[in-house]
Write a protein that binds this ligand. Structure first.
Ligand SMILES: [Zn+2]
Length: 237
């Protein structure tokens, strides 16, 4: 999976990326912020990251672009150094980036994004557990955008953040699903709104510990106390 490829490249190159960015930033916090942006952009490559021929060069190119953007915005007349990335020393010790960086990045994401990434990539064994139980996950989608997000790159209005139906429509296209014959189970009103907007045949709401969880029907066909009872109600006797 993409994150596995990314994490192995990240653990090999994070230290030199950080050192590179720190040499070109005024503040350590700023460098760490930029480093995080590099990571997020790499994360967005998902599985595509695995086919990048030279991950180190790719990461440095992205770092260089991010620096260029930053310089352009804040120091309109300061020329970019043209010694990138040759100046970077190869002998910088590598660090265990998975433990250092990923939790920090995850903490910046919304609860939904964190859950999706944690579920499908970090806890890769979860899918194995599902498979062992005879179930399969065909795809996992998440929206990394938030109009009020801190990362400018992702702070956009998109068509995939619920209640917009983008992720459902994408899944229907990717997996050739008939939405009218599909069922959606959500745990908050915006899930149900997204289902309606996408034309999903039946939508059910279940309670969860999500902050937006509700005890009401929220426009769903039925409400259930939890996922298990929803599934039980759907299955034939
Ligand atoms: Zn989105």
């Amino acid at each position: 999976m993409g994150v596995t490829c990314l994490m192995s490249a990240w653990s090999a190159h994070e230290a030199e990326l950080r050192s590179y960015l720190r040499h070109r930033s005024r503040l350590i916090e700023e460098a760490d912020d930029l480093l995080q942006e590099v990571f997020i952009r790499a994360l967005r490559q998902d599985a595509q990251f695995c086919v990048i021929e030279n991950p180190r060069a790719w990461l440095f190119q992205v770092a260089r672009n991010i620096l260029a953007d930053r310089f352009r915005h804040e120091h309109a007349h300061v020329p970019l150094p043209d010694d990138i990335p040759e100046l970077v020393l190869d002998e910088v010790p590598t660090v265990d980036a998975l433990s250092q960086c990923l939790p920090r990045v995850l903490s910046e994401l919304s609860a939904d994004d964190r859950l999706a990434i944690t579920f499908c990539d970090i806890e890769g064994n979860t899918q194995q557990a599902l498979a062992d139980a005879g179930a399969a996950v065909d795809a996992v989608y998440h929206c990394p955008h938030h109009p009020k997000g801190q990362l400018a790159e992702l702070a956009i209005d998109c068509d995939c953040r619920k209640p917009a139906p983008g992720m459902i429509l994408r899944a229907a296209k990717d997996l050739n699903l008939s939405l009218a014959d599909s069922i959606l189970v959500g745990d908050k009103p915006s899930d149900i709104e997204a289902a309606r907007a996408a034309g999903v045949g039946r939508a059910y709401i279940v309670q969860s510990d999500n902050a937006e969880s509700t005890t009401g029907l929220a426009g769903a066909d039925a409400a259930h106390a939890d996922l298990q009872s929803c599934v039980a109600a759907l299955l034939p006797d």
